[in-house]
Design a protein around this ligand. Structure first.
Ligand code: FMN
Length: 207
């Protein structure tokens, strides 16, 4: 059964999207993932470089392998935060469940090969910063397209902390820098909606 698309108005999509962290196991049609990745591709990028690539992980054994591979990093970080063993076990189980229940994971990677080259460090660094900003825009396009199609997703930053482990597990080329893991599926329940700052707080000055 295909998901029911949500209202097409932009404002409804912007305010309706929410980060989903618990998924039902119901399958997701392949073409909806493809359409959302196409939507990501329409994001603005420095010099039109489109410095992002996506890896789709659908096979259960791959999702389990990814969760296995990332669990060492999760555990080490929680231990650094001085969490006790029960909390660590609970949080690890929750992260693992997210990757194993969501029927599709999309890994957004930074791809720096087509960036403009500069002789000076300032502009080289700015170029990478712009590429990362652009990846954020592409991910937002993806999340909105997924939501609009009647599905749900969320943003996991965990790949930032173990890019090598992810590259090894998924046999990715060294050109791909894993940045965000986006589980896609149907929300298991309506998630909590976080309030937003008022316009007064957002606009700090208007001259
Ligand atoms: C760069 C970035 C990294 C994020 N990383 C995580 C994450 O690792 N785990 C998570 O549950 N949510 C993550 N989020 C989602 C935020 O927690 C979420 O967007 C925020 O709480 C607002 O909730 P909403 O998206 O439902 O409106 C991340 C969001 C961004 C933009």
């Amino acid at each position: 059964m295909r998901p029911v698309p949500r209202a097409p108005e932009l404002a409804d999509t912007l305010t309706g999207r929410r980060s989903v962290r618990a998924f039902a196991t119901r399958r997701v049609p392949r073409d909806l993932i493809e359409r959302a990745i196409e939507a990501a591709g329409w994001a603005p990028s420095p010099h039109g470089s489109q410095p992002w690539r996506f890896v789709v992980i659908e096979a259960m054994e791959r999702r389990v392998a990814l969760a296995d591979a990332m669990s060492g990093t999760w555990r080490a970080q929680l231990a650094l935060d001085r969490q006790d063993e029960t909390v660590i076990a609970r949080r690890l189980a929750r992260s693992r469940e997210r990757l194993e229940r969501a029927p599709v994971l999309v890994l957004a990677c930074l791809y720096l090969r087509d960036l403009q080259e500069y002789p000076d460090r300032d502009r080289r660094e700015a170029e990478v910063t712009m590429a990362i900003q652009s990846l954020g825009a592409a991910v937002q396009n993806f999340l909105l397209a997924i939501y609009q199609a009647g599905l749900d997703s969320g943003w996991m930053c965990a790949p930032l902390f173990c890019p090598e482990i992810i590259r090894d597990t998924l046999d990715l080329s060294a050109d791909l820098h894993p940045h965000a893991l986006l589980p896609v599926g149907h929300a298991a329940a309506d998630p909590k909606r976080r309030p937003r700052r008022s316009l007064d707080e957002l606009i700090v000055d208007w001259h």
